[in-house]
Design a protein around this ligand. Structure first.
Ligand code: KIV
Length: 257
């Protein structure tokens, strides 16, 4: 198994796993110095392209952004989301996962779903393609993004799906908007790390969309803590630039040839 993946698994019950999304090189370079895992998430569909859902993200879009991210990620584990309708059966999944790995040189792919995708996961793993799972809210498939795990049927299904995914060979599972006590149980029951987004402190690690945490993407959801307001910073810089251009203070001689 890939050494970076083994190291990530070893962190379970020892130290928390830090992960974030990146969609391009410059950001990836910053994250690479700090994060254990960098995800090229298909959230880029809504965050960058203003699509209504991640279902509109194409395989090529994921590949192009991932190629950019790969240029910045040297140390962290780099995972790429397989977009909607690219893993409907084992054959399709294998063809597309191979394409992603070959073109982007990422370390692993991430797929949404539980029992339904276990056969697909097994096929990829058998072909030496490391797979990360994703349970709870599934943006590619769910109609609404309400938290999961309040109803007993839902709780049993998520726990069962997590166990089945582990048995199928995933090396880690993202738990998205899963009720805290369920995230705690899932994390205890499986031997691979859980990475939470809106799924409590009980997960083995956390992931957020970088654009959300730096305040670039103007959304307000409960599970996002804003660590900076980068929009303000950018606004200030652009405003200063515009003033200097209009007042003929930029460019100076030192900026000219
Ligand atoms: O697409 C994405 O960015 C994700 C994370 C939010 C887990 O799947």
């Amino acid at each position: 198994m890939n050494k970076k993946i083994l190291n990530l698994i070893k962190k379970k019950n020892k130290s928390k796993i830090v992960s974030l999304t990146a969609y391009s090189k410059n950001i990836a370079t910053i994250l690479d110095d700090i994060c254990d895992l960098v995800l090229v998430g298909d959230s880029l569909g809504s965050v960058l392209y203003n699509y209504k859902s991640t279902r509109d993200v194409s395989l090529n879009t994921m590949i192009e952004h991932s190629k950019s991210v790969r240029k910045g990620v040297k140390k962290s584990l780099m995972v790429v989301d397989m977009p909607y309708n690219t893993y409907r059966n084992p054959r399709e999944a294998l063809k597309n996962a191979k394409k992603i790995i070959f073109k982007t040189k990422c370390d692993a792919v991430k797929l949404e779903g539980g029992k339904k995708i276990c056969k697909i996961v097994k096929t990829l793993v058998k072909n030496n393609i490391p797979v990360m799972g994703h349970l709870g809210v599934l943006p590619q498939f769910d109609k609404n993004f309400k938290s999961k795990g309040k109803k007993i049927v839902e709780r049993n299904k998520i726990l069962n799906d997590a166990e089945l995914l582990e048995a199928s060979g995933v090396f880690s599972i993202v738990l998205e908007c899963v009720e805290s006590s369920l995230a705690k149980i899932v994390t205890k029951k499986i031997n691979i790390p859980t990475i939470g987004i809106g799924a409590s402190k009980y997960c083995d690690g956390q992931i957020l969309v970088l654009d959300d945490l730096i305040g670039l993407n103007p959304i307000n959801v409960r599970f996002v803590k804003k660590y900076s307001n980068i929009r303000k910073e950018i606004f200030r810089a652009v405003l200063n630039y515009s003033k200097e251009v209009r007042n003929k203070k930029f460019p100076l001689k030192k900026h000219s040839y």
